[in-house]
Design a protein around this ligand. Structure first.
Ligand SMILES: [Zn+2]
Ligand SMILES: [Zn+2]
Length: 246
């Protein structure tokens, strides 16, 4: 069994709130510097920057989990990850269909650009990606699972845009593959206060919006090799695989 360092919550230049320095090439360079083996690309409501990061990371042996950070109707942020390009493309269609429309006129909410491996802008997204979907978190969970993806509510104890900020608790009808704890929360204190969540697997990530954030917070995946199915097993604590956070 091997130990892999993972930061599964990283925004790129495509997210309006992320710094313009968050280009695929810079993200991969920083991930290498920080000794990360797995990175998750999770732009707000879009998956369009993942492929380039994946292409740049592959020669360095870094695995890229492609997905998005989706804002549900209840304004709950949820991470979603997919194994193959087809599922990712299907989910991208779903996001574009269900996102509420608000133009990002004159980049008033920030830049939303897709760039290639040489930092050339290849697309600019007009609709503000910070808007919510017209579907709830349970519907998002359902489509993610239909596409064989992983559904992980983000920073669940953060004071904004989280399960606990919006609902006050983690509902027991949720079927999440893991829960992400807010990056700076003490897990032992949190579990003392929230004993009803002990059966969940928790992950911790940076939620990076700046290069310096990448790898500042992370999780360890103990598993056989770098693959989506091993990650799925680790999240379920199956066959000796597991996830640990500090
Ligand atoms: Zn978030
Ligand atoms: Zn985020």
């Amino acid at each position: 069994m091997n130990r892999y360092k993972a930061d599964l919550h990283i925004h790129t230049v495509l997210s309006p709130c992320a710094n313009i320095e968050m280009s695929p090439v810079n993200i991969v360079k920083r991930a290498l510097m920080k000794g990360l083996n797995i990175i998750g690309i999770t732009d707000h409501n879009s998956t369009l920057q993942c492929a380039t990061v994946k292409e740049l990371a592959a020669p360095h042996g870094i695995m890229v989990l492609c997905g998005a950070e989706v804002t549900s109707k209840e304004e709950i942020h949820c991470l979603a990850f997919f194994e193959d390009d087809e599922s990712l493309a299907e989910f991208q269609k779903y996001l574009m269909l269900h996102q509420l429309k608000q133009p990002n006129t004159n980049n008033s909410f920030g830049y939303q650009v897709v760039v290639d491996k040489d930092n050339n802008i290849t697309a600019e997204i007009d609709n503000y990606l910070g808007m919510a979907m017209d579907v709830g978190y349970l519907q998002i969970q359902e489509i993610v699972h239909q596409l064989n993806g992983l559904f992980i509510p983000a920073h669940i104890d953060r004071v904004r845009f989280s399960l606990m900020s919006q609902l006050g608790f983690v509902p027991n009808d949720i079927n999440a593959d893991a829960l992400e704890i807010f990056n700076r929360t003490s897990i032992s204190r949190f579990m003392k206060e929230n004993g009803y969540l002990t059966h969940y697997t928790f992950i911790r990530n940076s939620d990076a919006h700046h290069l310096d954030d990448i790898g500042q917070y992370y999780s360890w995946f103990i598993m056989n090799e770098l693959s989506f199915s091993e990650i799925r097993m680790a999240l379920k604590y199956k066959n000796g695989r597991l996830v640990t956070i500090d």
